[in-house]
Design a protein around this ligand. Structure first.
Ligand SMILES: NC(=O)c1ccc[n+]([C@@H]2O[C@H](COP(=O)([O-])OP(=O)(O)OC[C@H]3O[C@@H](n4cnc5c(N)ncnc54)[C@H](O)[C@@H]3O)[C@@H](O)[C@H]2O)c1
Length: 333
């Protein structure tokens, strides 16, 4: 039995709490939130739950083995550090920390204390992303050309972070998970229209082997779009996360170009074959992820979405902010 405490019961916290209250091998012992209205909501939903305004009460409890930190990003480092110092495993929301330096410190601390860190990159546990990773692993698309994702909608405006830090952790963690190569450099552009934080942004990431990625995040879009295209030499893939059924489609389409020197012209041929939609597991990603965290703690396994994976994403976010501030200058990773 792994005994949990949760810090933060705002927008995302209730999902973490709900899953922890009905997972095998888990006991949720306490929830902390500074906000009285949030505490009232916890108590209403879970009558017997220990609810406190003071996160330190959860951190210092000898009955608690692991703490889920579901608070705004600028609070993650302090809370995570205190939890690790108190001997707790930590499940930390994305993005892991506000800067790479903080993430490195937490990783070292966890290592010294033999504790687990899991960063909540929820999408890595969806049926669609697991399927895409599997397809890329078995080279179904051939040599990779590009990764292009669009995550846009109207709001929810965040007051503490820009649209990159809010939405791009999803795309960057997915990209990090499905593309084997490490990115070399990136450029980011964006603009602030309403509250001084960038609300529209575009990130381009350069990989070795001519792989290029593009991420479009936007809080000012009239429609919600969650679409990713992944193009390879042999096949191309479209993942539309808003599709209820056939979320992932693979197109047997491609282009080949040959040049004959004697003709001084390019011979372009287009291939347009079948499309197929593989079966994608329908699971609640967060539930699968939390069950995996419990398994990693119980069996002393290092999660693949550990502190190091959180750090890789934070490094890209930091580089994106740096580039953004220089109007799209190239920043090496
Ligand atoms: N994985 C996902 O898909 C996903 C989705 C949404 C949000 N998130 C992440 O979850 C985190 C929280 O986001 P949110 O939208 O729920 O924020 P939120 O502002 O709605 O809620 C945060 C809650 O934490 C509480 N809090 C802050 N500091 C505290 C402290 N020291 N002690 C106790 N309570 C404290 C606040 O009172 C608030 O109720 C962020 O890191 C965000 O990026 C992840």
């Amino acid at each position: 039995m792994v005994r949990f405490g949760v810090i933060g019961y705002g927008y995302w916290g209730p999902n973490v709490v709900r899953n922890l209250t009905n997972l095998d091998g888990v006991q949720l012992l306490a929830v902390s939130d500074k906000n009285p209205a949030a505490r009232e909501r916890v108590q209403k939903a879970y009558h017997d739950m220990r609810v406190t305004a003071d996160a330190a009460e959860v951190m210092s409890s000898t009955e608690i083995d692991a703490v889920a930190i579901v608070t705004p990003v600028w609070t993650h480092y302090e809370l995570a550090k205190t939890a690790l110092e108190n001997g707790k495993h930590i499940f930390v929301e994305k993005p892991f920390t506000s800067c790479a330096h903080q993430a490195e410190e937490l990783i070292n601390l966890a290592q010294q204390k033999n504790l687990k860190i899991m960063v909540d990159h929820t999408f890595l546990f969806t049926g669609a992303v697991r399927k895409i990773r599997h397809l890329l692993e078995e080279d179904a698309l051939g040599k990779l050309y590009y990764y292009d994702s669009m995550r846009v909608n109207l709001g929810l405006f965040q007051h503490d972070v820009n649209v990159i830090w809010d939405l791009a952790p999803h795309d960057l963690s997915i990209m990090d998970y499905v593309i084997k190569e490490s990115p070399e450099a990136l450029i980011a552009t964006g603009q602030t229209h309403l509250n001084g934080k960038e609300d529209v942004a575009f990130i381009t990431v350069y990989f070795p082997e001519k792989i290029i990625a593009h991420i479009n995040v936007n809080w000012l879009s009239p429609v919600k779009v969650r679409t990713t295209l992944i193009g390879g030499e042999k096949k191309m893939l479209v993942w539309n996360d808003l599709e209820p059924d056939e979320k992932v489609k693979i197109y047997d389409k491609g282009v080949s170009i040959t040049s004959r020197q004697d003709l001084y012209e390019l011979l372009v041929s287009y291939r347009s074959g079948d499309m197929w939609a593989p079966q994608v597991e329908q699971v609640e990603a967060l539930r699968t992820e939390l069950a995996y965290f419990v398994d990693c703690i119980s069996n002393n396994h290092v999660p693949f979405n550990d502190g190091a994976s959180g750090l890789r994403v934070v490094k890209m976010l930091q580089a994106a902010n740096e580039s953004l501030n220089k109007r799209g200058a190239l920043v090496y990773l």
